[in-house]
Design a protein around this ligand. Structure first.
Ligand SMILES: Nc1ncnc2c1ncn2[C@@H]1O[C@H](COP(=O)(O)OP(=O)(O)O)[C@@H](O)[C@H]1O
Ligand SMILES: O=P(O)(O)OC[C@H]1O[C@](O)(COP(=O)(O)O)[C@@H](O)[C@@H]1O
Length: 305
């Protein structure tokens, strides 16, 4: 079974306008609310591909209730822990440029954390747990480390998609996959990344630091895959970007869903790029049909070492 963990789910309130001017009242042209949170996005894309998975995390309040209802039609098992606090709303402003305000998230009590941890008692070596996104401010920042102790003790594998110190310390526990984007990679190693040589140097460092596979996603510039002994570049597919939120989460879902079925890293990377791109070219998380259409256009080049 694939489990996704979203400690800080969200409703993504996407508002579109021509121009955003600070300090005045702006009038939007349209607005839509999408289910959000990185692990939930991974679960939704896996579901769209028909891959069974279980979504874990904390949900509460009217926003949590709405999220649960919206997800009821999708192909995922929901095993969220109910909390008294309220699931956050993240604001995504699509104007000439995209601006995001991600909220901090609700307070979570010790009892609620204990209830959540009960989900991690019966994992097997066949299970993969995907830990994604930020930790709400009210939780111990070491919670990912606590989860890793439980996951690894039962022989299950994990993927982690977070930032900074939490990502750095998780690398030591040998994640199956990490997928920083350009900014997250720069932040992790406190470097500035300007050229493809920089991306390759610091992407390789993710493997040296403990990851089995690493993808560095470069938005409209494509992506890089690092394995133990090889590096590959996926050229960007051209098309019209509609909403790139969830593109990175879709990559993780595409990679892990294919890797568990085939064990083939290159094929999994191709599916990861198709999934990320298809989501960037969709209003919401991509459908299977859109992913398979983009898949035909993905071009992967091995890099000389
Ligand atoms: N503008 C774009 N054009 C083409 N592909 C894109 C675009 N934005 C994202 N993608 C695809 O989605 C992947 C993940 O996007 P990225 O923005 O790097 O991740 P994240 O959502 O984690 O920040 C990219 O590596 C690329 O394959
Ligand atoms: O947990 P964080 O880091 O605040 O991120 C949450 C946000 O990430 C998203 O899951 C999108 O993720 P990506 O664009 O990085 O793939 C949104 O749906 C959500 O609002």
């Amino acid at each position: 079974m694939i489990y996704t963990v979203t400690l800080n789910p969200s409703l993504d309130y996407v508002t579109r306008l021509d121009n955003l001017t600070l300090g005045v009242t702006n009038r939007a042209q349209s607005e839509t609310i999408f289910p959000g949170g990185k692990g939930i996005n991974v679960s939704r894309l896996l579901g769209n591909l028909g891959i069974d998975n279980t979504a874990l995390g904390f949900l509460g309040g009217f926003t949590g209730h709405y999220l649960q209802k919206t997800l009821a039609d999708t192909h995922m098992r929901q095993a969220f822990t109910t909390i008294a606090g309220q699931t956050r709303i993240n604001l995504k402003i699509k104007a000439t440029i995209e601006t995001e305000i991600n909220a901090t998230g609700p307070a979570i009590t010790d009892q609620e954390v204990d209830n959540f941890l009960e989900n991690f008692g019966l994992l097997t070596q066949q299970d993969v747990v995907i830990l994604s996104g930020s930790v709400p401010r009210s939780l111990d920042p070491a919670i990912y480390q606590q989860l890793l102790v439980k996951i690894l003790a039962q022989g299950a594998r994990f993927v982690i998609d977070t930032t900074g110190e939490q990502l750095q310390s998780a690398l030591r526990s040998h994640p199956l996959l990490v997928k920083p984007n350009r900014g997250e990679l720069a932040q992790l190693y406190h470097v500035s990344l300007d050229t493809q040589d920089d991306y390759i140097k610091w992407g390789r460092q993710l493997i040296n630091d403990g990851a089995q596979y690493a993808i560095v996603s470069l938005a409209g510039e494509g992506a890089l895959l690092f394995t133990d002994d090889a590096e590959y570049f996926a050229k960007p597919v051209s098309g019209q970007v509609k909403n790139s939120a969830g593109a990175g989460d879709s990559m993780i879902a595409g990679f892990i869903g294919t890797w568990l079925a085939t064990g083939d890293a290159l094929e999994s990377f191709k599916m990861a790029v198709a999934s990320g791109t298809a989501t960037a070219f969709s209003d919401d998380i991509a459908t299977k049909q859109k992913i398979l259409e983009i898949y035909q256009q993905v071009n992967i080049i091995p890099l000389d070492r």
